[in-house]
Design a protein around this ligand. Sequence first.
Ligand code: URA
Length: 282
Amino acid sequence: MRETPLRPDIWGMEQEKSALAAALGLQCDWGADEALMESPADRLALREAAARAPEAARPAPEPAPRPARAAPVALAPTLPANTRAEALAAAAPDLAALKAAIAAFDASPLKEIATNLVFGEGITDAGLMLIGEAPGADEDRAGRPFVGASGQLLDRMFASVGLSRESNFYITNILPWRPPGNRTPTDAEVALFLPFLRRQVALIRPKRLVLVGGVAAKGLIGGKEGITRLRGRWHEVEIAGLGRIPALPTLHPAYLLRSPASKRDAWADLLLLRRTLHQASA
Ligand code: URA
């Protein structure tokens, strides 16, 4: 069966130009001093492919999530927290209801310590969804994902391949609340909030996921492999109601800020993402 392509308009001429400028800026910041790649890029062919992408090839917009409001779900407080999370998430008919369900879910002390819920933002029907780890101090203050230093790096990295949260993807985190002191989320915290995240994915219906960092990759792919072994290739994540969604794990920008030598790998992941999106829209 032919796969519905992602929005081909992301590869229009103007986007291609600004992506090239962003990529050049990023490479200079990252210390590139020679214009060499692993293999030559045929920019002309990319432009021609973008120009050929027929208007009619654009996917029909996904049906909007049902606007019906679910009656508030009454659950016995004696039920295990994970069971309550599963039931509340499954009962949310749309993103607004899901956000309200997470805000009301009081089984985690993270909620008591955090300032704001960080639910997610971006384009819900773009076909691409990024999932990070957890809000930091800046995100907690703003109630928005990836707005601090690592978020700004993430935005620049994705801009370098022509993608932004304003036009091309939706972005959220495995955890909706900030862990105190920005510590790594525990496995139990990830497991507790996973039903909400999985429901968020099911409601957004992305064609592809990017798992930003080891916590998101392990949370959704499972297994014992770390991010350095998982990154660089597509995996699949099973989502109830959607089936198996291709998912690309990549290095977290906070890690890249600490380990500049790994930027080469992150760049390879971005190129793989870009190539895959091109192929899907050709
Ligand atoms: N790191 C994340 O994983 N998510 C954010 O929202 C911010 C920093």
